[in-house]
Design a protein around this ligand. Structure first.
Ligand code: PHE
Ligand code: ZN
Length: 844
C-alpha cells in the first residue's frame, strides 16, 4: 500500500457517468449506503472502482449480482471486466461513522453526521471511481431522524425523516457532501447579477446562532466580489455553509454545501481576534471562489492540485486586499510564504507546485501547492499585465467549464489569450526550490548597471536547475528620498543578466523586488543607511517594510552570532514611531521584529548552524533596547491607539489594535506587566485580551489571568483552544515543554479533536528555543504525541511531522536527537502511510 503514484501513469477513465444516485440510511455505527451509478463506455477497458473499509453487502450490474471475489481488499479496488457499453452498477455497503476518527469519509462530530471527501474520502463511503476526472450529476436521498438533512445542489423533497437533494452540475466524488444533525440556520439571501435569488444559510449548533453573522456577511461580500472582479455568478438556488468542531483542515468547498472548521465560522468581538475575523472572511471567500475555480473547472488528477488551490488562494488574496488594506495584506502574505513555503522549499520536503509523484496525496496540501501556487499566478499576471490576465481568465472559464484540467491547459490559456510563449515560465510549476537572486551594482558617470545572478540549490530528486523567468520589479530612490525611477519590471530570463540605467544625477538606492514581485530570496550589498533611507522614503509599502525588516534581520543575526550590536535599527524605528499615527498597521509590522525561526533560517542559509538559545537571547536583548529607547513614544501611542467606540472587526480598527499591542509588548518589558494586567481586566474584545494575556505569560505573571480566562470561557471550545495554544507558545523556553506536558494531562485536553491537538502541540513547536531545546525534550514531547495520534488520525499526525523538516540546520547533537525520535516513529508497527511517507522523506 505504499506504492508511489506517478503523474506519468495517468490514463483516461474508460467510462463516463450519466448519473450517480445515492441513498443513505444514517446510523451512528451502521450506516447503509445504496448506490446506483449509470456508466457509459468511452473507451475499452475494465471498470475499476475504489473502496476502503467498506462492509460490502451486495454488488450488481443491471440487477445481476457480482462475484465478491472481484474485490481486491489489499489494494482497495474492485475490477469488473467484460461490461457492456451502458449499464447501471449498484452496491449496498455498511459503514461505521462513529468509529471514523480519521475524519475522512462519513463521520460523527458532536453527534452530527458530516463528510470530508477530498482528496480520497469518498471511497470510505461506497464503491466509486474516486478520481477527480470522473464527474457526474448526483441525486442523494437521506433517511435519518436528525432534524436537518443536507447534501449538494438543490433540495427537491424535504419531509420528516427524509430529504432528497439533486445537484445538476457534474462533479467529482471529492466534492460530495452530506450533513445531518440538530442545526440552526442563520439565513439571508443574495440576488445574483442576472437576477436569480439564492437562499444562503450558515448552519451552526443551537446556541451558536449569535456567532455566525460575520460569516454570513463575508459570504455575501464574496459573492458580490466574484461577480465584479471575475464576472462569476453563483449557479444553484441555495448555498449552505456548515460549521463542525472536528475537522482536519480549515474548510471544504463541496458543491453548494461548504463544510467549515467551526473556528473559521464562529466569531464575536469577545471570543475572536482581529486575525480570526480576517481569516474567516478570507476562507469564506476562498471556499466560495472554488465554485468556479475547483468545482465548475476541476483537476484532472491530484498532481494538478495547485490548478485549483494556487488560483483560489490568489483570488482570496485579491479579495482580502480589496476588502482591507492591500499593503498590509501583501506584507502578511509574504511573511507567511517565507515562514512556511521557503522553509519547506529549503529542506527535505521540497517539491514543485505541481509534484510528479507522491505516496499519500494528503501530504501534498502544502504551502508550496497553495501559497507558492498563488505567487506563481501573481508573477504570471505581472508578466502578461492586468488586461492579459483578464483575457486569459475569461478564456479559461469559457474553454474549460465542466472539465477536469491540467497545468498545461492553464498555461495554454495564457499563451492563447496573450500570444506570449510561456515555455520557460512553466518551470515555476515543475521545478522545486526557491531561487536565490544576487544583485551587484556598478555606478559610473550617471549610469547604474544592475547585475543579477540566479541560483537554485538542488532539491530532492532534482539536481539540474535551469534558469527561470523572474519578474524583478524595481524603483530607484535618490539620496534625498525622491523617487527617480518609478516601478519598472525587469524580466530576467538568463542565469546572469545585467540591466542599465543612464542619465542619473546622483547615485540612487535600488528599491528591489517591489511588491515582492517573485518568490525568491535576495542577496545584495546595502548599508544600514541605505536601508534606513528606503524605510523612510520608498513609495512601495512592501519594499519599505522589507528594508526595515532586513535592517532588523542583519542586526539580529550579527548579535546572535556574538558580534556587537549597532544602534541603526533602534534609530530607524524612532522615525517609524514618529509617523505611526498616520499608518498604525505599518508601524506595528515594523515593530514586530523577525521571529526566532526566521533568524535561524537566515543563519542556516549563510552556512552557520543556528543556536536557538543565542538567538532567543539576542532578540530579547534588542527588544529591550528598543523598549528603553522609545518608552515615551510607546506610552504616547498606547494611549493614542485606545479604542474609539465599539469594536469593529475592520482593517482600521485592527490596525490601531495591532499598534497598541506592539506598544504594550514594549511597555511590558519595563512596567512589570501592570498595563497588560489592566488591559486584560478591562478589554472588551478578544484581540486585546489575548494580546495582554500573551504578555503576562511571557513575563511569568499569568496565574491569575489564566484562571480568570478559564473560568470565563470554560465552555467555549474555540476560546479554550487559544488558552491551550498561548501558554506553550509564550512561556519562557526553559519552561515551555514542562508546561505543555502538564497541559496535556488535563481532562479537557481532548486530543482527538484536531483543533485542540494542534493548539497545544503547535503552540510548543512554534516556540523555537523551546522546541529545539538542546536536551531534546521538545522533540520527545512532539514524538510522543505523534505516536499516540497516528492510529487515530493519520492526516493530522502526518501534517505535524513537518515540525522536523528543519532539523538538518542545527548542530550535530540536536540533529542526532531529532533523528532518534524520528527513527522511533518510523519503527512503529502499523504506522500510517501518511506519517510513514513524511518521516521517510525527512530522514532521507
Ligand atoms: N480543498 C480545501 C481548501 O482548500 C482544503 C481541504 C483539503 C480540506 C483536504 C479538507 C481536506 O479549500
Ligand atoms: Zn482551496
Amino acid at each position: 500500500m505504499t506504492a508511489t503514484q506517478y503523474l506519468a501513469d495517468w490514463r483516461p477513465y474508460p467510462f463516463e457517468i450519466d448519473e450517480t444516485r445515492l441513498e443513505f440510511h444514517l446510523h451512528p455505527t451502521a450506516t447503509r449506503v445504496l448506490s446506483q451509478i449509470d456508466f457509459r463506455r468511452t473507451a475499452p477497458g475494465d471498470l475499476v472502482l475504489d473502496g476502503a473499509g467498506l462492509r460490502t453487502l451486495s454488488l450488481s450490474v443491471d440487477g445481476q449480482p457480482i462475484d465478491p471475489a472481484l474485490i481486491h481488499e489489499a489494494d482497495e479496488r474492485l475490477t469488473i471486466p467484460d461490461l457492456p457499453d451502458r449499464f447501471t452498477f449498484s452496491a449496498e455497503v455498511e459503514i461505521d461513522p462513529q468509529a471514523n476518527t480519521a475524519l475522512e469519509g462519513l463521520y460523527l462530530s458532536g453527534g452530527m453526521f458530516c463528510t470530508q471527501c477530498e482528496a480520497q474520502g469518498f471511497r470510505h463511503i461506497t464503491w466509486y471511481p474516486d478520481r477527480p476526472d470522473v464527474m457526474a450529476p448526483f441525486r442523494v436521498t437521506i433517511h435519518s431522524d436528525q432534524p436537518v438533512l443536507l447534501s449538494n445542489g438543490n433540495p427537491v423533497e424535504q419531509a420528516p425523516g427524509r430529504a432528497v437533494w439533486v445537484d445538476p452540475w457534474k462533479k467529482p466524488a471529492y466534492l460530495f457532501a452530506l450533513v445531518a444533525g440538530d442545526l440552526r440556520a442563520v439565513s439571508d439571501h443574495f440576488t445574483t447579477m442576472s437576477g436569480r435569488d439564492v437562499a444562503l444559510n450558515v448552519w451552526v449548533r443551537p446556541g451558536d446562532e449569535g456567532r455566525a453573522g460575520y460569516a454570513m456577511e463575508s459570504l455575501i461580500r464574496s459573492m458580490r466580489w466574484d461577480e465584479t472582479a471575475y464576472g462569476r455568478e453563483y449557479d444553484l438556488d441555495v448555498f449552505n455553509i456548515v460549521a463542525v468542531d472536528d475537522f482536519n483542515m480549515g474548510a471544504m468547498e463541496n458543491k453548494g454545501l461548504n463544510i467549515f472548521n467551526s473556528k473559521l465560522v464562529l466569531a464575536t468581538a469577545e471570543t475572536a481576534t482581529d486575525g480570526d475575523y480576517e481569516r474567516i472572511e478570507g476562507v469564506i471567500g476562498h471556499e466560495y471562489f472554488h465554485n468556479w475555480t475547483g468545482n465548475r473547472i476541476t483537476c484532472r488528477d491530484w498532481f494538478q492540485l495547485c490548478l485549483k488551490e494556487g488560483l483560489t488562494v490568489f483570488r482570496d488574496q485579491q479579495f482580502t486586499s480589496d476588502m482591507r488594506s492591500a499593503a498590509v495584506k501583501r506584507i502578511h502574505d509574504v511573511q507567511t510564504l517565507r515562514a512556511r513555503q521557503f522553509r519547506e522549499d529549503s529542506g527535505p520536503l521540497s517539491h514543485p507546485p505541481r509534484p510528479d509523484h507522491y505516496q499519500e496525496i494528503n501530504n501534498f496540501y502544502t504551502a508550496t501547492v497553495y501559497e507558492k501556487g498563488a505567487e506563481v499566478i501573481g508573477m504570471l499576471k505581472r508578466l502578461v499585465g492586468d488586461d492579459g490576465y483578464a483575457k486569459a481568465l475569461d478564456l479559461y472559464f469559457t474553454r474549460h467549464d465542466g472539465q477536469a484540467c491540467t497545468i498545461e491547459d492553464w498555461i495554454a490559456v495564457f499563451q492563447d489569450a496573450t500570444g506570449r510563449d510561456l515555455t520557460q515560465f512553466k518551470r515555476w510549476y515543475t521545478d522545486a526550490g526557491t531561487p536565490r537572486l544576487t544583485m551587484t551594482e556598478d555606478w559610473q558617470d550617471g549610469t547604474l548597471v544592475l547585475n543579477f545572478r540566479q541560483d537554485i540549490a538542488p532539491t530532492p530528486g532534482q539536481s539540474e536547475k535551469p534558469p527561470r523567468v523572474i519578474p524583478i520589479a524595481i524603483g530607484l530612490i535618490g539620496p534625498n528620498g525622491d523617487e527617480v525611477l518609478p516601478t519598472t519590471v525587469l524580466e530576467m530570463t538568463e542565469a546572469q543578466q545585467s540591466f542599465r540605467f543612464d542619465g542619473l544625477g546622483a547615485r540612487p538606492v535600488v528599491s528591489l523586488l517591489r511588491g515582492f514581485s517573485a518568490p525568491v530570496t535576495v542577496t545584495r550589498e546595502i548599508t544600514a543607511n541605505e536601508q534606513a533611507l528606503l524605510l523612510a522614503h520608498d513609495s512601495d509599502a512592501y519594499a519599505r517594510w522589507q528594508a526595515g525588516h532586513d535592517l532588523a534581520l542583519d542586526e539580529l543575526t550579527r548579535r546572535a552570532t556574538g558580534a556587537a550590536g549597532s544602534r541603526a535599527l533602534v534609530q530607524a524605528l524612532g522615525g517609524v514611531l514618529d509617523d505611526a499615527e498616520r499608518d498604525p498597521a505599518f508601524a506595528a509590522l515594523c515593530l514586530a521584529l523577525p521571529g526566532e525561526e526566521e533568524i535561524a533560517t537566515t543563519l542556516a542559509a549563510r552556512g552557520t548552524p543556528p543556536d536557538p538559545d543565542a538567538i532567543h537571547a539576542a532578540r530579547h536583548a534588542l527588544l529591550s533596547e528598543i523598549a528603553e529607547a522609545h518608552q515615551t513614544a510607546f506610552a504616547r501611542l498606547y494611549e493614542a491607539m485606545a479604542p474609539q467606540g465599539p469594536y469593529r472587526p475592520d482593517a482600521e480598527g485592527a490596525a490601531r489594535r495591532s499598534l497598541r499591542l506592539a506598544c504594550l509588548a514594549n511597555l511590558s518589558r519595563r512596567d512589570g506587566g501592570a498595563r497588560a494586567e489592566a488591559l486584560f481586566a478591562s478589554a472588551g474584545n478578544m484581540t486585546e485580551r489575548q494580546g495582554a494575556l500573551e504578555q503576562l505569560i511571557a513575563l511569568g505573571r499569568d496565574a491569575q489571568a489564566l484562571a480568570d480566562f478559564e473560568a470565563e470561557f470554560r465552555d467555549n471550545r474555540l476560546v479554550m483552544d487559544k488558552w491551550f495554544m498561548v501558554q506553550p507558545l509564550r512561556a519562557a523556553p526553559d519552561q515551555a515543554v514542562a508546561r505543555a506536558r502538564a497541559l496535556a494531562q488535563r481532562p479537557d485536553f481532548d486530543w482527538k479533536n484536531p483543533n485542540r491537538f494542534r493548539s497545544l502541540i503547535s503552540g510548543l513547536t512554534a516556540n523555537h528555543a523551546a522546541f529545539h531545546a538542546a536536551d531534546g525534550s521538545g522533540y520527545d514531547f512532539l514524538a510522543d504525541w505523534l505516536i499516540r495520534l497516528d492510529p487515530v488520525n493519520p492526516q493530522t499526525t502526518a501534517r505535524m511531522c513537518s515540525a522536523f523538516e528543519t532539523i538538518s540546520r542545527y548542530d550535530a547533537t540536536r540533529q542526532a536527537r531529532a533523528k532518534a525520535v524520528l527513527a522511533r516513529i518510523a519503527a512503529l508497527p502499523g504506522l500510517s502511510r501518511n506519517t510513514a511517507e513524511m518521516v521517510t522523506r525527512i530522514l532521507a
